[in-house]
Design a protein around this ligand. Structure first.
Ligand code: MN
Length: 227
């Protein structure tokens, strides 16, 4: 039977060194996964991380302009390593979790911080704070078969050339295998899922015209302008 109208194009991300693209199914994110960032948001570093999601079509490619979103006066950057799931599963054991990862990218978990604060105070969901249009800039994905599984190295973000965020991915509260294992107890993971793994300290506001550059050593860098 024909569709009433043409279905939306499947969102996808470039794969470094390949003509193929990575089709995106879901975008999951981990909250408060660096102790120093948890503290700057007013929480202790002892709480277990938790998950939220963005729509798949919130993904925008490296280099693409990001429109300043409506209904916020406090758009924040959050530079994060991103996992690309290549093999699905549920209740994945920690020891097998790396086998499910196709590769790694660098992402910016853009956040309407004012709407997030209001939602938090009112016990309301985070969707409008986290899942808006173009809220997930992502670099090309680098296959683990090429770069391995990075477990340490600098993560950083600059705005207009000035340092904003810096940390080391070795300081994740929950490691990459633990994130995959835990998330897979809540949702059946499938090829095409992306997981934003959390941001280090130093989150801050962006304004139209800002040039955002961030990276994870051993993975890639991501650049985009806010317009
Ligand atoms: Mn985040």
């Amino acid at each position: 039977m024909p569709y009433l109208f043409e279905p939306a194009v499947t969102p996808s991300v470039a794969i470094a060194g390949s003509d193929s693209r990575f089709p995106v199914r879901r975008v999951y994110c981990v909250g408060r996964n660096y102790a120093e960032h948890a503290r700057e948001m007013g929480f202790s570093d002892r709480e277990p991380p938790f998950f939220f999601a963005k729509p798949a079509d919130a993904v925008t490619p490296d280099g693409a302009d990001v429109p300043y979103p409506p209904r916020t006066g406090n758009l924040h950057h959050e530079i994060e390593p991103v996992l690309a799931i290549g093999k699905g599963g549920a209740n994945i054991p920690v020891e097998q979790a790396l086998d499910h990862i196709f590769g790694y990218a660098v992402g910016n978990d853009l956040t309407r911080r004012d709407l997030q604060a209001q939602a938090r105070e009112a016990g309301k969901p985070w969707d409008t704070a986290k899942g808006f249009d173009a809220s997930a800039p992502v670099s090309a994905i680098h296959p683990a078969s090429v770069i391995g599984h990075p477990s340490k190295g600098a993560i950083w973000l600059k705005v207009n050339g000035a340092d904003r965020q810096s940390g080391d991915i070795a300081d994740l509260i929950w490691s990459v295998p633990e994130i995959v294992a835990e998330l897979s107890t809540l949702f059946t993971l499938a090829p095409g899922d992306l997981i934003f793994t959390g941001t280090p300290a130093g989150v801050g506001a962006l304004t139209p015209g800002d040039l955002v550059e961030g990276g994870v050593d051993g993975v890639d860098t991501l650049r985009h302008r806010v317009v």
